[in-house]
Design a protein. Structure first.
Length: 283
């Protein structure tokens, strides 16, 4: 098995050197996954331009998030998320990264809807803005701020060198970047938003703080919520999965695991939970 692994790694690296990765990406599931070049096959940076489902991107394949987009590796949870967007929806994307989900939101919401993203990392923000500029959606924008439970500045950094999806606020202040943070409630007031239909939150443990800073907006608009629920990440920020679910229950939201559809409650055993959840207002 080790020999097969070494051979596969050499083949993957050879595909990159020969410039065959575009053909492999187009081939998709026809080629065995073991032969698909991985992020470690690419030097930093390794930029490619690609169009996926009618949306264009500039992608650095040495980054895991962008590699997923390039090779069309989609999980079922993402499909569950996109299925929540209807034409005319106003959708909030907290933790936008390079804009893949945000641009899909804009495409699905259509000209009568809007997609608003929030990306705290300045370098990732610029990349997202570049991807937005490659497309012609008039209903999308991204803000270079973080969302939390209060206004101020916080330390932000990269937890994994080849995975921008793990970027996060650093509670110990070691992030290397100080970025502005506001509440969603403040943003809604400043921009006179009159509806919110869906809020997606994936911010590596900062999710509960985003919710607390959106309390008035959630009470006013009663949007659906799609949230990454990871107890370990929440604990790093001084929160817990049980506390987050209890907060939602107190506001009369039903919570289900996105993939299985099974219900979740604050009284469940949640110390190891890591799942996307769909939160739907009752009544």
């Amino acid at each position: 098995m080790r020999l097969i692994g070494r051979l596969a790694k050499a083949v993957r690296r050879g595909f990159v050197i020969a410039g065959l990765d575009q053909a492999i990406a187009v081939a998709g599931p026809v080629l065995p996954a073991i032969l698909r070049p991985r992020t470690e096959s690419y030097p930093q940076p390794s930029m490619r331009r690609a169009t996926r489902k009618g949306i264009s991107y500039d992608l650095d394949l040495s980054d895991y998030v962008q590699w997923l987009v390039y090779y069309g590796v989609e999980d079922d949870q993402r499909g569950k998320l996109l299925a929540l967007v209807q034409p005319g929806s106003t959708v909030i994307d907290v933790g936008t990264n390079i804009g893949n989900v945000l641009l899909n939101f804009a495409q699905l919401a259509g000209p009568q809807g809007q997609a608003i993203g929030f990306e705290a990392n300045p370098a990732t923000l610029r990349h997202c803005q570049s991807n937005i500029a490659l497309n012609r959606f008039a209903n999308v924008r991204v803000e270079g701020i973080g969302l939390g439970e209060s206004e101020g500045t916080l330390s932000f950094g990269r937890a994994a060198a080849t995975n921008s999806g793990a970027d996060r606020f650093m509670p110990d202040g070691t992030g290397g970047l100080m970025v502005p943070v506001i509440t969603l409630d403040s943003y809604v007031d400043q921009h006179d938003l009159t509806r919110i239909d869906l809020i997606k939150i994936d911010v590596e443990g900062f999710e509960f703080k985003v919710l607390r800073g959106a309390e008035q907006s959630i009470a006013r608009f009663r949007p659906r919520l799609f949230i990454e629920l990871c107890h370990d990440n929440l604990a790093e920020q001084g929160d817990s999965a049980a506390g987050l679910l209890r907060w939602l229950e107190e506001r009369d939201y039903a919570v289900h695991e996105a993939l299985s559809g099974g219900p979740l409650a604050s009284t469940d055993r949640l110390d190891g939970v890591f799942a996307d959840i769909v939160c739907t207002p009752r009544g």
